[in-house]
Design a protein around this ligand. Structure first.
Ligand SMILES: NC(=O)c1ccc[n+]([C@@H]2O[C@H](COP(=O)([O-])OP(=O)(O)OC[C@H]3O[C@@H](n4cnc5c(N)ncnc54)[C@H](O)[C@@H]3O)[C@@H](O)[C@H]2O)c1
Ligand SMILES: [Zn+2]
Length: 447
């Protein structure tokens, strides 16, 4: 009671595109006010509640459910939750909870000492039933994809059976997990088939073992891909060490490598069983790598409608990671198109990268792409100008245009763009006349 289950649940449902059911509201709708039901006896209320929860859990379509505080006292409900749900204990300090609900019209929050006793009694049942513990919306979303911010005061407690690590990162932030370490070349040079082959041939893992990937997006992409394919798939943990990795690459299950013919052309969806985020690792990041990450942060803030870039590092990373987690939870395997919004600015970015022969850094291309997307949305570009200071690039205009028309999201040769109706309101797909798109693309290219 008073943990904010209905409020948090409703927001999580909204952000992940799921239906929302508040079982207490359902009970009221079907049977009238809860205090009146309680007057007929708690036992009868619990039976009604048990049926309401079972009904909500029977729906095949995934949803977010907010259960009443006492619902899990039922053994039958706990059993159903184990089978059909992923359960979060939304933990609240009892003082805060009492302040919120004490003396209200809740039958079990009439008297403070009884309320506290109830809290004490129920806590162990919550602990036993929950798959995760959270305190707010971001926490729930992060837990949903097993993303955890590392607590600097507590041991990380990770057990891995093989550590695949960016060799530069190993030098800067040594990590000993007590298992074999497999260094890979720093950065993009790791995303190659010969690196994959060497890992396939030298790893000694059983099907039940876990591989740990430690490095930027390049390392998590290649190591995740190896994990997806080695012995038909072993589980893996992502431990991203760049801003791009922590807010983007390590979240959402995409893994892959590059071919001579293009970037990310071979890969698989293979979600890590855990993502460990330690923002302190970012202290050694070169400025250009930080700027690349900030381009994705700005993108996320524009999509979320919040100036996330103004937050201190740890909160910024947490908020961006949670936003990406929400979008991925809404469309885990990119089947419905909901994930497409993450490509804000990317149609232009990918075209510029391809036209540069992939010399251009992705983040720098995204900064330019965001300019184009904002202009075509009729919105102000100040944030991008001030934070990312994008400079037009020297690439061939015709080559860039040809690459844009080949974009993955294009339908029948027409580019389908992600634009913003307003900040925080992405729209997709938007088709515009070629001349408008080409004009904005050309404006990103140095004359
Ligand atoms: N799978 C996805 O969903 C996804 C999303 C976005 C990007 N990506 C991929 O991620 C890659 C880019 O990742 P990235 O931007 O993290 O760069 P990166 O992994 O290429 O690393 C960039 C450089 O930073 C160094 N580095 C890493 N951590 C460091 C640290 N803590 N301190 C100092 N130096 C450090 C690396 O050695 C490397 O030289 C691209 O290949 C891209 O395709 C994948
Ligand atoms: Zn990107």
């Amino acid at each position: 009671m008073g943990a904010g289950k209905s409020t948090v649940g409703r927001q999580v449902a909204l952000l992940t595109g799921r239906r929302f059911v508040d079982t207490d509201e359902e009970i009221v709708r079907l049977h009238g006010p809860i205090p009146a039901l309680f007057e007929r006896g708690e036992h009868e209320f619990r039976q009604i509640e048990e049926r309401a929860v079972a009904e909500a859990l029977r729906e095949p379509e995934p949803g977010v459910l907010a259960l009443g505080g006492g619902a899990i006292l039922s053994e039958a409900t706990r059993g159903l939750l184990r089978q059909r749900a992923w359960t979060v204990w939304l933990r609240v300090d009892p003082d805060v909870a009492w302040e919120r609900v004490g003396n209200a019209d809740r039958p079990l929050a009439q008297e403070e000492s009884a309320f506290r006793r109830l809290y004490e009694e129920r806590a162990p049942v919550y602990a036993e039933t929950a798959d995760a513990i959270a305190v707010d919306v971001e926490d729930v979303l992060l837990a949903g994809l097993a993303v955890r911010l590392v607590d600097p005061s507590a041991p990380v407690g990770v057990r891995g059976d093989a550590l695949v690590a960016d060799e530069r990162v190993l030098g800067l932030h040594p990590l000993d997990l007590g298992c074999e370490t497999y260094p890979v070349p720093a950065g993009e040079a790791a995303k190659r088939i010969d690196v994959v082959q060497r890992l396939w041939e030298t790893l000694e893992l059983d099907r039940g073992d876990t591989l740990v990937a430690y490095g930027g997006g390049a390392t998590t992409d290649v190591a995740g891909f190896v994990a997806s394919s080695y012995k038909r798939g072993v589980s893996w943990i992502a431990w991203p060490t760049t801003l791009v990795g922590q807010v983007d690459a390590a979240i959402g299950g995409k893994t892959g490598i590059d071919l001579e013919t293009g970037k990310n052309l071979v890969g698989a969806f293979h979600y890590p069983t855990r993502v460990l985020i330690d923002p302190k690792l970012l202290n050694t990041l070169p400025v250009e790598e930080r700027r690349a990450g900030m381009a994705e942060v700005v993108k996320t803030g524009l999509l979320a409608g919040q100036p996330l870039w103004e937050l201190p590092d740890e909160e910024m990373v947490r908020a961006c990671a949670a936003f990406k987690a929400a979008v991925c939870l809404a469309d885990p395997f990119e089947l419905t198109g909901r994930r497409a919004i993450l490509n804000l600015g990317h149609t232009f970015a990918h075209a510029l990268e391809a036209a540069s022969g992939f010399e251009l850094r992705h983040g720098d291309a995204v900064a330019l792409g965001l300019l184009a997307a904002l202009r075509l949305s009729g919105l102000d570009t100040d944030v991008v100008d001030e934070l990312l200071r994008p400079e037009p690039v020297s690439v061939d205009e015709k080559r860039a245009w040809a690459a844009l028309r080949r974009d993955k999201k294009a339908a029948e040769g027409r580019a389908r763009l992600v634009l913003l109706e307003e900040i925080g309101k992405p729209i997709f797909p938007v088709e515009l006349p070629d001349e408008d798109i080409r004009r904005e693309l050309d404006a990103l290219i140095a004359k």
